[in-house]
Design a protein around this ligand. Structure first.
Ligand code: SF4
Ligand code: FES
Length: 267
C-alpha cells in the first residue's frame, strides 16, 4: 500500500479552532481498465465543521499544488438534493450518519486520529470510471424504460381539478424523494436496484396522472433492471438502512404487486 504526501488546509484556516488529523485510505483507479489500489494519505488540520467533500477538497488542493493527481469524486449540489455524491466510507454507503448524503456529512462525526477508508460504489452495473466516480447510467436506462405518462403537459392545472387523498399524496411524495444516488445498490449484497426502481414505480403508480400506464411501466422497468445486471431482492434491508432519503421497502412491495398483476394480465 503506497503512502503519499501529508496534506492539510492553509495556515489561516487551521488556526480558526480545534482541528483533526486523519489517515485516509482512498481507492485510486486510473480508468475502467486499471485494477486499482488503496493509497494512504495523511489529512492534517481538518476542521470538524467541514463537510466530508470539503475535507476531500482540501486534500485535493494540496495534491494539485504538489503536482499529484487529485482524487476524482462526484458531486454537484452539495445540499443532499442531486444524488451525485456517493462514497462508501468505512464500509457504509454515504458514511456513518443515517439519512445523510456524503455532501451533508460533517467531519465532527469523526475523531482526531481516525483512519477513514473511502471507496466507490461497487456493483457490476456501476463500473468505475476513475477513482471514486462510477457510471450510474444504468439508472437512467431504467428510467427511460418507464416511458412517458399520457397526462397532458404544459402549464400546471388547477390544484383541485384532480382530487387525490392526502395519504396517497404523502406516500407518493415520500417515494418521489429518491435522488437516484445508488447507495441502495452499493449496500445490497445482491447489488439490487429494487429500492430505486420501487421508488419510481410507486411515486408514479400512486398518482392518477401515472396510473394509466402503470402495468406496462413496471414490466418494462423491471425487465431493464434485470438486463442491466442488477441483482434480485432477498429482503435483507441494507438498501433502506443506507438510503439518505429513507425510502421505505414498502415501495418494493408495491412494485412486486404491480409486476404480478401485470404478468397475470389483471388490469
Ligand atoms: S432509493 Fe435511496 S439509496 Fe436508492 S437511489 Fe433512491 S435515494 Fe439513493
Ligand atoms: S452533491 Fe448533490 S446530493 Fe450530494
Amino acid at each position: 500500500m503506497a503512502v503519499e504526501t501529508a496534506v492539510g488546509p492553509d495556515e489561516e484556516l487551521a488556526s480558526a479552532g480545534p482541528t483533526m488529523n486523519l489517515t485516509l485510505e482512498v481507492w485510486r483507479q486510473r480508468d475502467a481498465t486499471d485494477t486499482g489500489r488503496m493509497v494512504t494519505y495523511q489529512a492534517r488540520d481538518i476542521s470538524p465543521d467541514m463537510s466530508f467533500l470539503e475535507m476531500l477538497d482540501v486534500v485535493n488542493e494540496k495534491l494539485t499544488t504538489s503536482g499529484d493527481d487529485p482524487i476524482a469524486f462526484d458531486h454537484d449540489c452539495r445540499e443532499g438534493i442531486c444524488g451525485m455524491c456517493g462514497l462508501v466510507i468505512n464500509g457504509i454507503a454515504h458514511g456513518p450518519e443515517r439519512a445523510t448524503t456524503v455532501c451533508q456529512l460533517h467531519m465532527r462525526h469523526f475523531r482526531d486520529g481516525d483512519t477513514i477508508v473511502i471507496e466507490p460504489w461497487r456493483a457490476r452495473a456501476f463500473p468505475v470510471i476513475r477513482d471514486l466516480i462510477v457510471d450510474r447510467g444504468a439508472f437512467d436506462r431504467i428510467i427511460e424504460a418507464g416511458g412517458f405518462i399520457s397526462a397532458s403537459t404544459g402549464s400546471a392545472p388547477e390544484a383541485n381539478s384532480v382530487p387525490v387523498p392526502k395519504e396517497t399524496v404523502d406516500a407518493a411524495m415520500d417515494a418521489a424523494a429518491c435522488i437516484g444516488c445508488g447507495a441502495c445498490v452499493a449496500a445490497c449484497p445482491n447489488a439490487s436496484a429494487m429500492l430505486f426502481t420501487g421508488a419510481k414505480i410507486t411515486h408514479l403508480g400512486l398518482l392518477p396522472q401515472g396510473r394509466p400506464e402503470r402495468y406496462e411501466r413496471v414490466a418494462a422497468m423491471v425487465e431493464a433492471m434485470d438486463r442491466l445486471g442488477f441483482g434480485g431482492c432477498t429482503n435483507i434491508g441494507e438498501c433502506a438502512a443506507v438510503c439518505p432519503k429513507e425510502i421505505s421497502m414498502d415501495t418494493i412491495s408495491f412494485m412486486n404487486r404491480h409486476l404480478l398483476a401485470s404478468r397475470l394480465g389483471r388490469r
